[in-house]
Design a protein around this ligand. Structure first.
Ligand code: ATP
Ligand code: MG
Length: 251
């Protein structure tokens, strides 16, 4: 495994185990009683099993795989939103995570207020966000709705705002989950262009995409997850090609 100074992310044999409750408890009281009596039964479920990769600074890695294969869980482990039950994650530099729609937003607050809130969550003060505010709203094309509470936003509008903030703050590592699939075509193209610009500027990109073609074009490397395990990892043309062949086979 590459552990040189040029490495932005190292995921070293990470596993993520969830305990899934086997029975449904209707009421909290019933749950508490069962818990005390140790009558709750769990099944162990591995969302990730022994996943390793390393990504050099300025590199781009696309994560592909079917629904439920562990892509978002992997991003959450890298972003530090979740801790893997086994293995270690090392990230060098600042991270801008864009994983769940609306994460880091307060639905009751306006877009304007949420820019500052989200900035604070990512470790940036008001002055830092002030300098970038206009560009964020310009990119998101949300001037008309800047004073509207984001609970009234469409999912595409949430995605625009989240993407604009995450990319305008110019973190070292951009972590992006499926963002391109929520916005409309014009916005998807704009996002792609921006990600390409960031990549040429030296940003490291970890990107989850449903479409292997896009991942292949945008990322130099790819990692295919299958039921939480690495099925293939390496050159994106090779890995995305194998995944497309697999999709043809099963359809
Ligand atoms: N907090 C949790 N508790 C229990 N199980 C979870 C939790 N988070 C994820 N899982 C399970 O882990 C598996 C992987 O989920 P994950 O969201 O990482 O998949 P994904 O590859 O991102 O899927 P999609 O393409 O649908 O976004 C799923 O079976 C999911 O139900
Ligand atoms: Mg997901």
């Amino acid at each position: 495994m590459d552990t040189t100074e040029n490495t932005a992310i190292i995921a070293d044999h990470i596993s993520m185990k969830f305990n899934l409750a086997q029975e449904r408890t209707e009421a909290l009281k019933e749950y508490v009683i069962k818990k005390i009596k140790r009558q709750l039964h769990y099944t162990e479920f591995y969302a990730l099993r022994d996943v390793s990769f390393s990504l050099k600074k300025g590199g781009s890695l696309g994560i592909i795989g079917r629904n439920g294969s562990g892509k978002s869980t992997l991003l959450k482990c890298i972003a530090g939103v979740m801790f893997p039950t086994k293995g270690t994650v090392t990230v060098t530099g600042s991270i801008a995570p864009l994983i769940e729609l609306g994460a880091g937003f307060d639905p009751e607050l306006t877009a304007k207020e949420n820019v500052y809130l989200n900035g604070a969550v990512l470790g940036h003060d008001r002055a830092f966000m002030n300098e970038r505010f206009d560009e964020i709203i310009d990119f998101a094309e949300l001037w008309e709705f800047v004073d509207v509470p984001v609970k009234n936003y469409s999912s595409g509008m949430y995605a625009r705002l989240g993407f604009a903030i995450a990319t305008e703050i110019k973190a070292d590592v951009l972590i992006c989950d499926e963002i391109l699939s929520v916005g409309d075509m014009a916005f998807q193209q704009k996002c792609r262009k921006r990600m390409e610009e960031l990549l040429s500027g030296g940003t490291t990109l970890l990107y989850v995409g449903q479409d292997p073609q896009t991942v292949e074009e945008m990322c130099a490397e790819a990692l295919w997850l299958d039921h939480g395990r690495v099925r293939e990892y390496g050159d994106s043309y090779k890995v995305c090609g194998a995944y497309m062949d697999y999709l043809d086979e099963i359809s």
